[in-house]
Write a protein that binds this ligand. Structure first.
Ligand code: ADP
Length: 474
């Protein structure tokens, strides 16, 4: 048996702001099938984690965490859920706050978290053979693991879920927070800043990202967010492994959040549609095509394209629902647009898992025209609920959505190539034409029903990566 410790900043069902939480929640479950690997997960103990979970946690231990001249205390709490052991790092100053991210000292908070993970390794009853860190919040754990060697011969994997977020801080932090000799500074620095993601990537034995296409894209300036030269250099160690989704968790046959459960029945999807139309005050019309967006309202998700064409598209006989929270620019725009089109557009400025599931179950189309998309889980969840994705061909969207081809009858969605609002509009109009062409629509629906994105294959790929790093003795 070999041990793998996941280090991450969010994880379902405890705390979620986006797809990272889904991955950290579901990949260890999938890896559990491999009897030669035991995965545990370590997370910050945010105040935001519901009491329902906090009440089940057990105190494990406390220790000091040295951060330069600061000596803070961390406590570790544990919780077993679905046969996985979770460790939670508690510190009142850093984590007893509302929400998860968005504080001026986020960098410091996750430096503390990473440093606490390294300190915990010498105390825990679990000795990882591989430390697998996810995104910038955990990057410093990889760097410190390599330099401080809390466990001899422990290997490290760093996964990029989104290269846009790197955890940048003034370089002076290096001396202020770490008692490390200056020879290490080059591993932590990028473009004159202390860079948490790059620190992790630099020190990691293997680098992975969440789709093969994104793995190629981030070696180029357009997608690489200035880290592309570094990633080109580490090309041989960079692997793109497509994310899956937990198909037990996202299952329209059993989902208790939705009004009518179904496997692939379009009629039952329509019943869900009518329920949501009623609930949200839209005209009740089962046959009217329903388009939805469920997302963080940020530029990455292609919302500038949607802004440009929304008014035009709403001239068609369609309904549109947008669920999301994020940048004020988009919140204001979509709220006002809904006021202008009360019978066609509903904007819900909320993060609401149950409502999201009801929308996935009700909609005909899921719109996701991202500017870039490392993998994207929302389009996979949409497919799982038999909702047709409309995407831009980038990153994981390109790897999971094949555009419908009327001639060959292939394809499970619609897509366009250039980051261009007219192309999005044309694609939306094309989807509408196919919706009203019952023959073509039924071919497309069959392809959607066959689409499967479980973790099985990808979990095997991760297991191979671990095994290559440290051959497993049988
Ligand atoms: P990202 O990680 O970039 O936010 P993904 O597509 O990988 O994008 O994952 C987004 C996840 O968050 C999906 O599970 C999606 O359903 C969920 N989500 C996004 N916005 C909301 C919201 N407002 N309410 C509920 N769930 C949301």
């Amino acid at each position: 048996m070999k041990n793998v410790l996941f280090v991450a900043s969010e994880c379902t069902p405890f705390i979620k702001t986006g797809g990272l939480a889904d991955v950290i929640g579901s990949l260890p479950q999938a890896l559990k099938e491999n009897e030669r690997i035991e995965v545990r997960v370590i997370l910050p103990l945010y105040d935001e984690i519901p009491l329902e979970w906090r009440n089940q946690m057990e105190f494990h231990m406390s220790f000091n965490v040295p951060l330069g001249w600061r000596n803070s205390e961390a406590s570790i709490y544990t919780l077993k859920y679905n046969n996985i052991i979770y460790y939670f790092v508690s510190n009142t100053y850093y984590f007893t706050r509302k929400g998860v991210y968005g504080y001026y000292d986020d960098g410091e908070r996750f430096l503390f978290f990473s440093r606490a993970v390294i300190e915990a390794l010498t105390h825990l009853d679990f000795k990882p053979d591989v430390l697998h860190a996810h995104d910038w919040q955990a990057g410093m754990a990889v760097a410190l693991a390599k330099i401080l060697q809390p466990i001899t011969d422990m290997k490290t994997v760093m996964t990029i879920h989104n290269i846009k977020y790197q955890g940048l801080m003034p370089i002076e932090i290096f001396e202020d927070f770490f008692d490390l000799s200056r020879e290490h500074i080059s591993g932590f620095e990028w473009n004159g800043m202390l860079n948490c993601l790059k620190s992790g990537l630099f020190h990691a034995d293997k680098i992975t990202t969440v789709s093969p296409s994104y793995g190629e894209e981030i070696k180029n300036p357009y997608y690489g967010e200035e880290l592309h030269p570094f990633l080109l250099e580490r090309s041989a160690d960079l692997i793109g492994v497509l994310n899956g989704i937990d198909t037990k968790e996202y299952n329209p046959q059993t989902d208790s959040s939705i009004a009518v459960n179904y496997r692939s029945s379009r009629a039952k999807k329509k019943e869900n549609k009518m329920m949501i139309q009623k609930k949200l005050g839209l005209p009740i019309a089962a046959g009217k095509p329903l388009y939805i967006i469920i997302t963080r309202l940020v530029e990455q998700k292609g919302l500038h394209l949607v802004q440009h064409i929304l008014d035009d598209f709403l001239h068609e006989d369609v309904q549109f629902i947008i669920l999301g929270t994020g940048d004020a620019e988009f919140e204001t725009f979509f709220a006002e647009a809904a006021n202008c089109h009360p019978k066609k557009l509903v904007t819900l400025l909320a993060f609401d898992e149950g409502l999201a599931r009801q929308l996935y179950a009700s909609a005909d189309f899921f719109v996701m025209p991202s500017k870039f998309e490392p993998c994207g889980l929302a389009q996979l969840i949409a497919l799982q609920y038999k909702t047709v994705p409309i995407v831009r061909e980038t990153g994981g969207l390109k790897d999971t959505v094949l555009p419908f081809n009327e001639i060959t009858g292939e394809g499970n969605g619609f897509s366009f190539t250039n980051y261009n609002a007219d192309d999005l509009l044309a694609t939306l109009r094309y989807s509408l034409r196919i919706y009203h062409d019952s023959l073509q629509w039924s071919v497309l629906a069959k392809n959607v029903n066959k689409s499967q994105f479980s973790w099985q294959d990808s979990a095997r790929e991760y297991a191979n990566i671990y095994e290559q790093l440290m051959p497993i003795n049988v």
